[in-house]
Design a protein around this ligand. Structure first.
Ligand code: FES
Length: 227
């Protein structure tokens, strides 16, 4: 495959011409906040709206997960407007999430902590009024626990279950503030067609899906191996 040369935050980089900017940046040690993208999903859903970057010649910031690299591209991940959009999106997201890191199985392996640190914003934001949903936690699976109150609706678990594994137990239901990841007819995971493979847990960027055994450690180790 042909390669292209580009610059990200002043760093000169060579990458395959079909690659998405997000993966090129991450592979070269440049962090861009992201929640919904997966490397093997060739059609990014661009749902989380956190991966904004500025590209020279473009009037508006673009999402790095959908932007394909090109020859001579000059990118800034630290532009004022891109950071403003990412911070706003993140704080809005956090305003409807339950935050209790000290008692969360994903503490210190949670992508939300990493993003908050990177954007220099608090997980417990006061910018927007807090609106919590207080949904029941599903611990019916023998392998993992699903807490919808910590779900960011990134859709990674849904995509992996349906597209990568061809199982399709998980899906989205309802709209707007009530939108939720659930099973068909909302049946408990332990009573669904779930095969307990745990792939959804591995791709979950937060503490919404966690293993009952080896909580946190197992998930983080596998995620690092995959990256
Ligand atoms: S990672 Fe780009 S919009 Fe979510």
């Amino acid at each position: 495959m042909k390669s292209v040369s580009l610059t990200i935050d002043g760093k000169k980089i060579t990458a395959p011409e079909e690659d998405k900017l997000l993966w090129v940046a991450l592979d070269n040690g440049i962090y861009i906040p992201n929640l919904c993208a997966l490397r093997d999903n060739a059609e990014p859903v661009s749902a989380c709206r956190l991966c904004f970057v500025e590209v020279e010649g473009k009037e508006q910031p673009v999402t790095a997960c959908t932007e394909t690299v090109s020859e001579g591209m000059v990118v800034s991940t630290r532009g004022t407007e891109a950071l403003r959009l990412a911070r706003c999106g993140f704080e809005l997201l956090m305003s409807s999430l339950s935050v209790d890191c000290a008692h969360c199985a994903s503490n210190s392996s949670c992508e939300l902590q990493k993003i908050a640190h990177h954007l220099k914003v608090k997980l417990k934001t006061r910018r927007f009024r807090k609106l919590l949903r207080e949904l029941p936690v599903d611990s019916s699976s023998p392998v993992f626990i699903y807490d919808p109150n910590k779900c960011v609706l990134c859709g990674r678990c849904v995509w992996v279950c349906r597209e990568r594994l061809g199982i399709g137990v998980l899906g989205f239901a309802r709209r707007g503030f009530d939108r939720v990841v659930t099973t068909f007819a909302g049946e408990p995971l332990g009573e669904s067609r779930c095969q307990d493979c745990g792939e959804c847990v591995i791709v979950c960027p937060t503490g919404s899906l966690t293993f009952k055994e080896h909580q946190g450690i197992h998930k983080e180790t596998i995620r690092e191996e995959q990256n």
